[in-house]
Design a binder for this molecule. Structure first.
Ligand code: 5GP
Length: 201
């Protein structure tokens, strides 16, 4: 059995990354890693499901122990990917998606050059603004801050292996699966298949 793929998946807030992931995760060959964070849970959060919510002290202790694949600070809180959320699943042949911000993504690309990195773009800044305003949960100043942050994040998009524009949902999801399939079919990943073909004489 071949190992699963590590997939780095980043997108600015409001890009519809969550909706895309919900579709992708209907396929049982994929899972998302559950990150550890020091931020406070929101009403929609469940400990151990959306995140592992831990104290700053505990976060630093785990970091010291080398338990994280990557970690980063984002608007004053710490976030990190636990190795225990990644490697055991890759070994079982499951593709593990890391839904992480840009700095952590760059760290993973350095440490795991075989990871597939994907950046999700909104169709336009105008559309991103519309989506953020439609949510109606944030004040105008927060929306402006998110848009500024999105511009900064998008400036790093060329460092990723692939860029998917999240316009119509089905197209974006099908682009995601096309990327993963193309990676699976790379000659360097097909050694086992070549052997099987040759042995079946
Ligand atoms: P939120 O607090 O809104 O759930 O997440 C804030 C940001 O942190 C998002 O961009 C999310 O992708 C990112 N994030 C979540 N978990 C991790 C992680 O383990 N590592 C890094 N580097 N970023 C993360």
């Amino acid at each position: 059995m071949s190992k699963g793929r590590l997939i780095v998946f980043s997108a600015p807030s409001g890009c519809g990354k969550g909706t895309m992931l919900a579709e992708i995760l209907k396929d049982s060959r994929f899972r998302t890693s559950i990150s550890a964070t020091t931020r406070n849970p929101r009403p929609e959060d469940t400990d151990g499901v959306t995140y592992h919510f831990i104290s700053k002290e505990e976060f630093l202790k785990r970091k010291e122990q080398g338990l994280f694949l990557e970690s980063a600070e984002y608007v004053g809180n710490c976030y990190g990917t636990l190795l225990s959320e990644v490697d055991p699943y890759l070994e079982k042949g499951i593709n593990v998606i890391l839904e992480i911000e840009v700095n952590g993504a760059l760290e993973v690309m350095k440490k795991r050059p075989d990871a597939i990195s994907i950046f999700v773009l909104p169709p336009s800044m105008k559309e991103l603004r519309r989506r953020l305003e439609k949510r109606g949960t944030e004040e105008q100043s927060v929306i402006e801050e998110r848009l500024k942050k999105a511009e900064w994040e998008i400036s790093h998009a060329p460092k990723y292996d692939y860029i998917i524009v999240n316009g119509p949902l089905e197209e974006a999801v099908s682009d995601f699966f096309a990327v993963v399939r193309a990676e699976e079919l790379k000659a360097e990943s097909m050694g086992e298949t070549i052997n099987e073909v040759l042995q079946n004489a």
